[in-house]
Each structure stands twice: as C-alpha cells, then as structure tokens.
Design a protein around this ligand. Structure first.
Ligand SMILES: Nc1nc2c(ncn2[C@@H]2O[C@@H]3COP(=O)(O)O[C@H]4[C@@H](O)[C@H](n5cnc6c(=O)[nH]c(N)nc65)O[C@@H]4COP(=O)(O)O[C@H]3[C@H]2O)c(=O)[nH]1
Length: 858
C-alpha cells in the first residue's frame, strides 16, 4: 500500500499547527511540524515532505526566506510550497510567488477546503513531476538518437529549438531560440540551395518534406543531418506552424560514403585506371571521412619513398616527401613503411617519428599524423597510407581502422597494376629471351611507319635466321637449343641501339628494326656486327657451339611501307643469303622475288606430284672396276613436271626436305626401288643390291627402320638386296636415333652406306661408332685423279688412298662415284678401290633400260 503523503507545517503558533494537524490527519495525511525557519529546513531535509504549508510571518527567517532556501535544495523544485498569508495582503502574495511558492492560502484558514486544497496541490505537483520526467526522458532519448526538434511560424525570424538541435548544429541557443540566419549559416551552401524552396513550400503550402543536408560548423567539422518537416494549418487552411526534427546521421552517412567511395575505387582498379588517379581517390576518401585530415598515399621501392599522392597538399609537398629514405624517424609515412606497422604521432614536434623530417612538418604546417603500411598479399611492403593534420588531433582506433581499409585498397590497386603490367609484358615479350614478340613488333612497326609517313626517314627491317641451329636443337636437345637462343639474344642486344627494336619472331628467327638511318650502309654495318657477334663460338653446358646467321634486309620506305610486305621482302633476302651458304646478309632486291616465287611454286607442285604420279626412278649401275660387271644399282629420283619437263633432284630434294614432303616421297622411292629389284629377280636376272638415297629428315624419323621393314615385306624383297645410302649430315643429326636406326637396319639385314664420303665433317670416331657397311667416296675426289700419275702425291690421290685404308681398317666396303674416264678407273684400281659408279660405265637410266643393261652386263 502506498504511503500516505507527508505534509510539513511550518508556523510559530502551536495552536495553528495543531489545528492543521487535526484537519490533515483526518484526511489521511501524515503531518510533520516546525515552529520556525531553521526548524523547517531541518525537518524538510530529514522528513522529505511531499508538500509544505508555510506561514509567512515568523520570527527569525520569515516564510519567504524559508521558501527560497527550500527551493534551492536538490529535488525540491517540484515540491508544492503553499504560503499562508493574509487574503488581502497582495504584496505578500506577490513576494511569495517570487520566492518560489506554488500557491497561497489566506488567513483565517478555511478548514473545510484546506484538505481539498492540499490534495489538489499534491495531484498537480505529481502531474508536473511526471511532465518534467517525461521531458527529461524525451531529451535523453533525443540525445541518444541524436535527434533534435524545432518549430517556427512562417515569417518569423527565429526558430524554437531543442537542446539537441543546437548540439547537432553546433549552435548556442539561449532561451531555446535561434535566428534563422544562424541556422542557414551552418548549412552547406549547396544544400541550402536545395533546401530553401522546400522550406518555402512548407510555409506557404504546408507541404511536408524530408531532406539530407550537410552542416558546416564553426571549426570546420562537417556533419550530416536528416531533416523531416511537417506543417500545421489553422482553421482557414493557412500554415500556422512548421515543426520538424533533425537527426544527426553522420555515422550512417560516413559509412555509406565509405562504402560508395570504396566501391568506386574498386571499380577504378578493375578498369585499370592509372595508379595516380586511384591513389587520389583514396586520399579523397580519407579526407571525406575525416575533414580535418589530409590523405597521403606513398609507394616505396628500394627502401625509398618513390611516389607520393596527396591531392589536398600544398604545392611542393609530394616533392619534399618523395625520395625519402625509409627510416623510423623520417615522418610517419616512412616509419610505417620501414617498421611495417601503424605509426601515430599526436604531436609531430615532439614525436621521434618525425625527428629527421621536422623541416617538412614545419614547411607544411603538420601538427599530427598517422600512417599504416600497405602490404601486398605476399607480405611485401608496397608503401604507406597516411593522414596528416594541421591541428593537433588525437588519432583514434577507428581512424587507424579506416586507414587500414584504405591501405587494403591501395595494395589491391598496386597488385592489380603489377599483374596487368606483367600480363602486358608477357603478351608483348618472348618468354625465353625476354625480347619483344611478333605481335609487339607489328604494333610498334605500324606506329613507326605511320610516323615516317609524316616525317620521312630511312629505316631497315632486318630478318636474322640462325644457320645450323636446327642441327644443334636436333642433336643436343631443346634444352641446349633454348640456352643457345638466350645467348644469341644477349649478343644481339649488345649490337642494337636504344632506338632500335629487337624481336624474336619464334624458333631461331629474330627481327631487328633500325630507325632513322643515314643511309643503307648503316644497316649493312649493323648486319656485319651481328654476323661477327653471332659467329663467335657459344659455350652451352660444356659444348662449344658454332652457328652463323643469314640476314635479309629490306628498307622502308624505299622497298615497302607496310609490315607484311617488309617481312616478306626480308624473308626473301634472308632466303637468298641462306641459299648462298648462310653467314651473310643480303639486301632485298625486287628481282629476288621471282626466284622465291618459283621456289614456292615448286613446293606447291611437289605436293601434287606424288598423287599425279610424276616421279620416276632412274638406275645407275655400280660396277666391279676390274671387269665392269654390274654389282648393284643406285636408284635416283626424277620428277617429270607436266609443264617444266624433267626436274633434277638437286632442284627439289632440299625443298621437299624443308616442307617434309620428303617423307612420303622417300617412302615411294623405297617402295619403287624394292619392287623393281624384286621384279628383276622375278624376271630371272641375277640378284643385285638396289641402293636408295635416304634424306636426313627421313632417316631421323624414329620409325624409319619400321618403314623399311614394311616395304620389304610388301614387295617381298629380301633385306640383303637393299642398300640404304645416308649422307654425313645424317650422321651428324640426333646420333642416338641414327645409331638406333642403323642398328635396326643391320638387324633386318639391310646394307648401309655413307654417301658423299669426305665432303662433310664425319670423323673417324663417328664412323667407328656407327654400324655402317660401306662408304662411297664423293665424286669431287675422283675428278682430278686422271691428271695425277699414280706416283704423284696429288691431294685427292692421297685422300682416296687414305679412304681406302680407312675402309679396309674398319672392314667397310668402298665404292667410288663419278668415274668418268678410263684413267680414273685405272687409277682407282691402283689405289685399291675396286668398285665404282659413273658416266664411264653408265648414266642413270630408266628402269627398262636398266633391265636391258642387266641382261647384257649382269
Ligand atoms: N658429274 C658426274 N655425276 C655423276 C656421275 N655419275 C653419276 N652422277 C650423278 O651423281 C649423283 C649421284 O647421286 P648422289 O651423290 O647420291 O646425289 C644425289 C642424291 O643426293 C640426291 N637424290 C637423288 N635421288 C634421290 C632420292 O631418291 N632420294 C634422296 N633423298 N635423294 C636423292 O640427288 C643427288 C643428285 O642426283 P642426280 O642428279 O641423279 O645425280 C646423281 C648422278 O646422276 C659422273 O660420272 N659424273
């Protein structure tokens, strides 16, 4: 049950006090008494009454004074104090109110209404207390929600505002009233432009609105606020009052801004915008979040600050910071990057982080600063994000967290940039040599050609193709080949000037573009230097390797002004250089074109020749030099071209080899020769060996021996009647494959001979290692034998003698080819060579004639 209200009765007359007690206790109140002022204050403090009945006239402290003392007590402002005074004593009544009395009761006291009066006063004071409490709650709630309220009458120069309104706007509002002028003064001018017509409409037409605005307060700190405005109309429909709330939405707005800014920066990163532009946005993001700060983004490399982006900085700031060596004392940016951790300097001039950079701080009026390092995904420090303040500023944990966020954006941008730089580099460069590739060359050349169209000057397009590289690749493997190409690229780099462009087109083909030449001799000199550099021996994994180069040069704009034609021209010139034995350069000449076109024509026709049955085999006998008996037949291919007549093998074999058509053609030769040899046997002729020339390209196919086995099987010829002639270039190829194929042929029972012996490089070691059956001395050694008497020690005679001895030592059969005269035959016999081949005995003839020959001389 609620306790009954306590009433303090203060009167110096004890009878009055008694009477009042009587009346009030009957009505259920508790009564406390005091007979004078000091006693009243004491009882008030101890008894905590809910209402005070106070007589005005008392000795010592009178009622007015007691009333003032009571009101000054904490919590006493809402306690009803009823002054007892004379009814007609208006002066006392006025003074009682001034002293803080709630009401008065006139003397003589009307005892009947006293109780009612007290009860009413208690109820009223409870209501007032409740109201005050509500108001307090509201104010607290508004403060919590950062919500302020205001109202104004249209046309009036002031607004009535709540304390929170003032707090949000940064205004002092005495009497809860503020001038419109002051309010407009804190609204961002751009936002007021948008707001003014809305306020106008609210005042004139009662249109409600809601609007976000920016507030710029005295110390420059911006806040974001949301306004919601409502209008009340009077009975005539005219706007009587406009009320509204203002809410501080800075936190939410900054979070939204942060998200929007971050998203925009991410988009810039994805769009691969320049780093400088992205960093500017990052700095601006920081400044939008912390308007007092200046955002700075630094990149570091080689322990130095290499780039500084600070859009809000005064001129000269970036230059002053750029190049700073990283240390813990050269400013927070350098310290964060140096230490790899966040660094804060609340007071720059006493901070050790600025010890060696105070001049910068002084020059740019920096008072506080903080920085965080920018880490890459792999833990490498890329730079620092920092904020500097021109006022002293206490950097908070939230500020550092914000900087960390932006540092992540910077890291992302840098990594994305590095990645795209790498991709661009990869797309434009040859991974093996690091030189630019074909695509980049075309791009560059097109630009140069366009530029030259406006400002003509002489340039050269130089196609460099290595000689004998394929041989190195085939024999020593791709690994050695690759290392060799790298070394070639390095040597070419030494020759070129900065303004030239060196490119690897693929394989062993390089292009060098020389721009702005004085004359074509400049290009010739460059080509000579290249030949000289590339001609020196290379040392790769213990091998000493020799390659040369064939260089084709074409000039622009003289020969052509487009990339395709320039390349074609250089290719033709290179081809000519190669055909002349390589290790030389050739300038393009319009007449070369015809020759190359012809070559291409041959290649085209060759492709059709097999199916059109245009090949034929001729046979040339090998004879016993003592009695001219035919001991073997060499099959030699002929091409009967429908338009160009008979084309000798020298004119098409190498082309067929280059385009690998030699493989099907060679198989056809093998098949046809075996078929013919078997036919001769079937025709009752004495069996003889048929010798077939096998190209290096064909022989180094790993399944060559298998092809031979199949052909023998298909034609029914016994292996011992087949002779395979390979040249020394074959032996120099991939020796493992060659040895293995020779071994397989030997196992099959096929006879193998080394053709054109003496023209190549085959050493005796090779000969010993290769399971061969015979050698065939090249015709060039036979040519001058006739002029030398047997006793003469002519060079060739000596060599042939040596070959004879070598063959005997290695148990190899020996044949001499190209015997044209009787003297040569005799001489060879004297030297110990008993087998030969040549026009002296018979030129190569078609199969029918060869058959007749066998019939007559077999
Ligand atoms: N000066 C002179 N030359 C003589 C004499 N006796 C024969 N010859 C020629 O010397 C060449 C001998 O063939 P090779 O050295 O294997 O040289 C051959 C061989 O390397 C190649 N060849 C021919 N047929 C084939 C074939 O079916 N396949 C392959 N891969 N190469 C072939 O073409 C080369 C040239 O063949 P051919 O024009 O038929 O030329 C033949 C032949 O006609 C002579 O007394 N004096």
């Amino acid at each position: 049950m609620a306790e009954s209200p306590r009433i303090l009765v203060v009167d110096d007359e004890s009878t009055i006090r008694l009477l009042i007690r009587e009346v009030l206790e009957q009505r259920g109140f508790q009564v406390l008494e005091a007979e004078d002022g000091p006693g009243a204050l004491k009882v008030f403090d101890e008894g905590k009454p809910d209402l005070v009945l106070l007589d005005v006239f008392m000795p010592g402290l009178d009622g007015f004074q007691v009333c003032r003392h009571l009101r000054a007590r904490p919590g006493a402002d809402t306690i009803p104090i009823i002054i007892i005074t004379g009814t007609e004593d208006y002066d006392a009544i006025r003074r009682a109110y001034e002293a803080g009395a709630t009401d008065f009761i006139g003397k003589p006291i009307n005892w009947i209404i006293l109780g009612e009066r007290v009860r009413y006063m208690l109820r009223a004071s409870a209501a007032v207390r409740q109201l005050a409490q509500n108001r307090e709650f509201l104010a607290r709630a508004q403060a919590l929600a950062r919500l302020g309220s205001f109202e104004f009458r249209p046309g009036k120069a002031t607004l009535d505002v709540s304390p929170e309104f003032c707090e949000i706007c940064g205004l002092s509002c005495p009497g809860s009233e503020v001038d419109w002028e002051d309010v407009i003064g804190v609204i961002h001018p751009d936002d007021w432009k948008a707001l003014e017509p809305l306020v106008e409409q609210a005042c004139t037409a009662g249109i409600c609105f809601r609007q976000d605005i920016r507030l710029v307060t005295g110390n420059g700190i911006r806040r974001y606020a949301m306004l919601q405005v409502d209008a009340e109309t009077d009975a005539d429909g005219a706007v009587a009052r406009v009320t509204g709330i203002i809410q501080d939405i800075t936190e939410r707005k900054l979070a939204e801004l942060l998200e929007a800014d971050s998203n925009r920066i991410l988009q810039l990163i994805v769009q691969k915008e320049p780093l400088e532009r992205i960093f500017r946005e990052v700095a601006r993001l920081l400044e939008r979040q912390l308007p007092l700060a200046m955002g700075v983004v630094c990149l570091v490399a080689d322990d130095k600050v290499v780039s500084v982006t600070a859009p809000g900085a005064e001129q000269g700031f970036s230059e002053a910071v750029s190049g700073t060596a990283l240390s813990a004392e050269s400013g927070t940016h350098a310290a964060a990057a140096y230490l790899g951790q966040p660094v804060v300097a609340p007071e720059v001039f006493s901070s050790t982080f600025w010890r060696r950079a105070r001049h910068v701080a002084r020059a740019f009026r920096i008072r506080s600063s903080a920085a965080v390092p920018v880490y890459s995904g792999t833990g490498q420090i890329l730079g620092a994000v920092s904020m500097v303040f021109r006022e002293e500023y206490q950097i908070s944990g939230a500020d550092l967290a914000l900087m960390e966020k932006t540092a992540n954006l910077v890291a992302l941008a840098v990594e994305q940039h590095q990645l795209s730089q790498r991709l661009i580099h990869q797309a434009r460069h040859d991974p093996l040599t690091g030189l630019v590739n074909r695509a980049a060359l075309n791009h560059w050349l097109e630009r140069v050609l366009k530029e030259r169209a406006r400002h003509p000057s002489l340039g050269a397009y130089m196609l460099i193709d290595l000689d004998r590289f394929k041989h190195i690749n085939d024999s020593l493997g791709h690994h050695v080949g690759d290392l060799m190409l790298k070394q070639v690229a390095d040597r070419l780099r030494q020759v070129v000037r900065d303004s030239d462009l060196l490119c690897r087109m693929g394989g062993d083909e390089f292009v060098l573009i020389l721009d702005r030449l004085r004359d074509k001799n400049d290009a010739a000199r460059a080509a000579s230097r290249i030949l000289e550099h590339v001609g020196r021996p290379f040392h790769v994994e213990g091998h000493e390797l020799h390659v040369g180069a064939s260089i084709g040069i074409t000039l622009f704009p003289d020969d052509a002004v487009d990339t395709t034609t320039l390349h074609k021209n250089a290719d033709i010139a290179m081809y000519v250089a190669k055909n002349q034995g390589g290790n030389r350069y050739h300038f393009f000449d319009g007449r070369m074109h015809e020759a190359v076109i012809q070559r291409l024509q041959v290649e085209n026709d060759l492709r059709k020749a097999l199916e059109r049955n245009e090949f034929q085999l001729h046979y040339q006998p090998q004879v016993d030099l003592t009695d001219n008996r035919v001991v073997a037949m060499e099959a030699l291919i002929r091409w009967n071209h429908p338009e160009r007549g008979r084309i000798p093998p020298d004119r098409f074999i190498s082309i067929a080899e280059e385009c690998r058509l030699i493989i099907p053609i060679g198989r056809w030769v093998l098949q046809e020769a075996c078929r013919q040899a078997k036919l001769w046997q079937d025709q009752g002729l004495d069996p003889i060996r048929v010798a077939v020339n096998v190209s290096a390209v064909q022989f180094t196919e790993t399944d060559f021996a298998e092809t031979v086995r199949q052909v023998l099987q298909e034609t029914g010829l016994e292996a011992r009647w087949l002779e395979v002639e390979i040249t020394e270039t074959v032996v120099m190829k991939d020796q493992e494959v060659v040895r293995s194929n020779l071994k397989k042929l030997k196992d099959l029972g096929v006879f193998t001979t080394l053709d054109d012996f003496g023209t190549g490089y085959s050493s005796i070691t090779y000969l010993r290692q290769m399971p061969l059956d015979g050698i065939k001395i090249d015709k060039s050694f036979i040519r001058d034998l006739e002029t030398a008497a047997p006793s003469d020690e002519s060079k060739n005679a000596g060599l042939v003698k040596a070959f004879v001895n070598l063959a005997a030592n290695l148990h190899l059969s020996l044949v001499a080819e190209g015997i044209e005269t009787e003297d040569q035959r005799r001489f060879l016999l004297q030297l110990g060579c008993s087998r030969g081949q040549g026009f002296l005995f018979n030129p190569p003839v078609p199969a029918e004639e060869a058959t007749a020959l066998l019939r007559s001389k077999g």
